[in-house]
Design a protein around this ligand. Sequence first.
Ligand SMILES: Cc1cc2nc3c(=O)[nH]c(=O)nc-3n(C[C@H](O)[C@H](O)[C@H](O)COP(=O)(O)OP(=O)(O)OC[C@H]3O[C@@H](n4cnc5c(N)ncnc54)[C@H](O)[C@@H]3O)c2cc1C
Ligand code: FES
Length: 291
Amino acid sequence: MSENPYISYDARILEVKDMTPREKLFTLRFVDPEVGENFSFKPGQFVIVDVRGFGEFPISLCSSPTRKGYIQLCIRKVGRMTKYVHKMQEGKIVGIRGPYGNGFPMEKMEGSNFLLVAGGLGMAPLRSVLWYAIDTGKYDHIWLFYGTKAYEDLLFRDEIVHLLKHGEAMNCSVKLAYEIESPSCIYLERGFSDRVCKGVVTDLFKGEEFDVENTYALICGPPVMYKFVIRELSNRRLSPGRIYMTLERRMRCGIGKCGHCIVGTSTSIKYVCKAGPVFTYWDALSTRGLI
Ligand SMILES: Cc1cc2nc3c(=O)[nH]c(=O)nc-3n(C[C@H](O)[C@H](O)[C@H](O)COP(=O)(O)OP(=O)(O)OC[C@H]3O[C@@H](n4cnc5c(N)ncnc54)[C@H](O)[C@@H]3O)c2cc1C
Ligand code: FES
């Protein structure tokens, strides 16, 4: 965006939406229209939110680049910075720098099927892929397998439930898993017993086969989830090069300068902020400390 990578640009908060008690969806627009027009990104990339005089933190872009004029960030309240931002209201200004990271190779995957596997907050970057794929129509079928602790933790709930009910018209099939029962999920389960279940995200694989020659799996969720999802995919013989994962590390600069996100060994290191945050399972197998 700028020749000086540390410069952040003013963006106004247009809307703040409560999604769960912990997560809010922020819709922002760059104050300078020229900056907004020049800001382009790929699903899977992230930005650094700069709260002037207070600090910075990385957040995935959860809107699709096909939706112009604004960006969206789904922010979980966990500590100092995110608690501060959660108190900010419509009209306030934050700095945004980026986009950073490699993002998903959307062009390479054109014409293929997608299996998106999300756990909890992992839905944020995958939502960008989901809407990009639906909006562009350049992909075959899209499956979304999404697991949360409870129905109440489901992010982007209205959209996801809409896709559960009507997604087939957009070549999209949604399956949901939740661990804690509540009246809302029992209601959903009654209507969609083949697609909503009590359990963890890997339970959604039961009875499913994929055209492994023509499918990519994109995974994002808590670290513990990766091993089990990869096992399901490997059992179905999906090659490691067709499995993409977006991985988080503690980051500061986002541009390969500070060294906070380094993984690997002294002879082969990777900066997660630059080489990632999206990696194939091949990368993970060959890089110590990646997963
Ligand atoms: C590439 C990338 C994309 C991200 N995307 C999102 C997103 O879309 N939505 C979102 O809510 N968060 C996202 N995060 C995590 C977010 O950056 C952290 O939650 C945030 O920096 C915490 O700042 P804090 O000052 O509120 O918390 P701190 O006071 O710094 O820490 C509070 C707690 O959060 C944990 N924490 C801090 N940073 C991270 C991190 N990077 N990963 C995991 N745990 C962390 C700490 O261990 C501690 O337990 C992303 C991180 C990265 C690296
Ligand atoms: S975050 Fe600074 S090097 Fe990656």
